[in-house]
Design a protein around this ligand. Structure first.
Ligand SMILES: Cc1cc2nc3c(=O)[nH]c(=O)nc-3n(C[C@H](O)[C@H](O)[C@H](O)COP(=O)(O)O)c2cc1C
Length: 248
């Protein structure tokens, strides 16, 4: 199902044969043969229901590496500054390495979650919403190392920080691609969550994974099939509260 859906999103209006040719050019290894049937979603449904999946990550069902690679092929279509494509994608499947990363994540998350709850239990969203997020985050903190696949999007940093180069330029060349990966996962029935708490131990994890010194990590994305039914749009601050047309 998604094999038809996907090219329509990427190349609206192209004839089928043109899509196949294009896919061969960009090197996607699986132009039409989905590994598993995808989730039939409109573009807006995909964008509004790609949630942080934590408690519903299926820790027991293996995820084919080929499916992860298919999602990463989609991610590589994201914009990136100067077409430098300085990104690298670390896909961790080894159970021992996952357990070690999970341990670093838990050690960072536990104090963070405790202090965040103590500081302001109502921050940002309603009390009920934050209680759910905290409970869900605490669950992930205990189980990160058991998630079948951990993906760490990385980017090469240049030794000298050229004048005028901004954080936005650097991370803007990685994070849209990471989000594309998560959307591609969702379209294929995989759940993910954006996480960053492991970064407190970025150096230790870099050593564990043998990352070169000029490589920075942008996120840690647990990836698994999800249990249960579909996902819904979430509550957000109203647009009217954050919209500024022409002036603040
Ligand atoms: C920059 C960033 C860092 C985040 N870090 C974490 C994290 O370390 N652990 C976690 O469980 N969730 C993390 N999240 C997920 C947010 O908690 C989540 O996006 C938010 O609660 C909204 O929920 P939703 O993604 O389901 O819409 C992070 C999200 C962003 C954008």
């Amino acid at each position: 199902m998604h094999a038809r859906y996907l090219p329509d999103v990427l190349h609206p209006g192209r004839a089928d044969d043109q899509r196949v040719i294009h896919y061969q050019i960009v090197g996607l290894s699986l132009p039409w043969c989905a590994i598993m049937p995808g989730v039939p979603l409109t573009p807006d449904e995909l964008l509004t229901t790609t949630r942080s999946v934590r408690k519903r990550l299926d820790l027991t069902r293996p995820v084919p590496l080929e499916l992860v690679k298919e999602c990463l092929e989609i991610a590589l279509q994201a914009p990136n500054g100067g077409m430098r494509q300085g990104w690298h994608w670390i896909v961790v499947t080894d159970p021992q390495v996952r357990a070690q990363i999970g341990d670093f994540y838990r050690r960072s998350a536990e104090p963070y979650l405790a202090s965040a709850a103590a500081a302001d239990p109502n921050r940002g969203a309603g009390r009920g919403v934050m209680a759910r997020v905290s409970s869900s985050s605490a669950y992930l903190a205990q189980h990160m190392g058991q998630v079948p696949v951990l993906v760490i999007p990385c980017i090469t940093v240049r030794p000298a920080w050229p004048a005028g180069e901004t954080q936005a330029g650097l991370w803007g060349s990685l994070l849209p691609a990471a989000w594309s990966y998560m959307l591609a996962c969702r379209a294929r029935g995989l759940g993910t969550a954006w996480t960053t708490l492991h970064l407190r131990y970025e150096t230790e994890i870099a050593g564990l994974l043998g990352l070169p010194g000029d490589i920075r990590q942008g996120a840690l994305i647990p990836t698994a099939y999800y249990t249960g039914g579909t996902f819904r749009p979430a509550a957000r601050r109203p647009l009217a509260d954050v919209l500024h047309v022409d002036h603040w």
